[in-house]
Design a protein. Structure first.
Length: 280
């Protein structure tokens, strides 16, 4: 532990992540917002799901910086862009797929709790949890370019190339204008006619919205027109494996359109799992 603390105080970016790991480990013992799979395993009974389960194949297991409190994940041209949360410890980073060493990494202001992020063109867009601020950053340098204001909490963020889609932890998704981030449509998400709440990290893939459901080991595949859950991806095996190592909830989905790969990870996970969904 003394060696770890010395490393954490070194001032390097890895020292920063070490401090983050210590702090998150402490919070997880006393804050229900930061929980592991064992705390909610009873909530994942098959009876609550009406939509069918979609199969997938595990293509590859990639490394992940297990000190990151993952909030958002996005893929662009061979790189993963990731936001990590917590007040005073939030950061943004980009890296190539097969390394945990960041290509770029920046820490955020202490009053920012980083949430979902997505890449569109040469910009990266980052939500903040309660600051009501969308940060627009340069994709390569991660430098802040401008901000947009919005009401309510920010959780997950993705784009279909024409609009943004945002979650706030409720059963609704919000389609937002690319230019001004104003709401164009509110989409209520249901499965079997029942609301699906706690929608979190989002990703656009194959014309549907993939969504982590907080405190669940399943990913919803949502029809962007009706809000109906079309299918579920059961990533329980990954969640249990990471939970056994002390990892937290599943939170992080990125889509590699060229290769048809979905990358999934979670808070303080050791791995990113590259999966290929079965044909429907």
């Amino acid at each position: 532990m003394n060696k770890f603390l010395k490393f954490a105080r070194s001032g390097s970016i890895y020292g920063f992540f070490a401090i983050s790991c210590l702090f998150t480990a402490f919070l997880s013992t006393c804050n229900p917002f930061i929980c592991t799979q064992s705390a909610y395993a009873n909530e994942n009974s098959d009876e609550i799901f009406s939509a069918g389960q979609r199969g997938f194949e595990l293509e590859e297991v990639l490394p992940h910086n297990e000190l990151l409190f993952t909030q958002g994940l996005s893929y662009f041209e061979g790189r993963l862009f990731e936001s990590s949360g917590l007040y005073g410890l939030s950061c943004l980073s980009s890296r190539i797929l097969y390394s945990t060493r960041p290509v770029q990494s920046i820490s955020l202001d202490p009053d920012v709790f980083a949430e979902g992020c997505t890449v569109l063109g040469d910009k990266l867009y980052l939500l903040t949890w309660k600051k009501h601020e969308l940060q627009i950053r340069d994709r390569e340098s991660l430098r802040l370019l401008e901000t947009r204001r919005y009401a309510g909490a920010g959780w997950g963020l993705t784009t279909d190339g024409r609009s943004f889609w945002q979650s706030n932890g409720s059963d609704s998704l919000f389609q937002r204008d690319i230019e001004n981030f104003r709401i164009k449509k509110r989409l209520r998400v249901t499965d079997g006619g029942k609301p699906v709440r706690l929608l979190n990290e989002l990703e656009w893939a194959e014309g549907v919205i993939l969504a982590n459901v907080w405190r669940s080991d399943r990913i919803a595949g949502i029809d962007p027109e009706s809000g109906r859950v079309l299918f579920w991806l059961n990533i329980g095996d990954f969640v249990r494996e990471e939970s056994a190592r002390g990892g937290g909830v599943a939170n992080g989905i990125a889509w590699n359109e060229k290769d048809g790969i979905v990358y999934v990870t979670g808070k303080r996970w050791k791995n990113v799992y590259a999966i290929k969904m079965d044909d429907e």
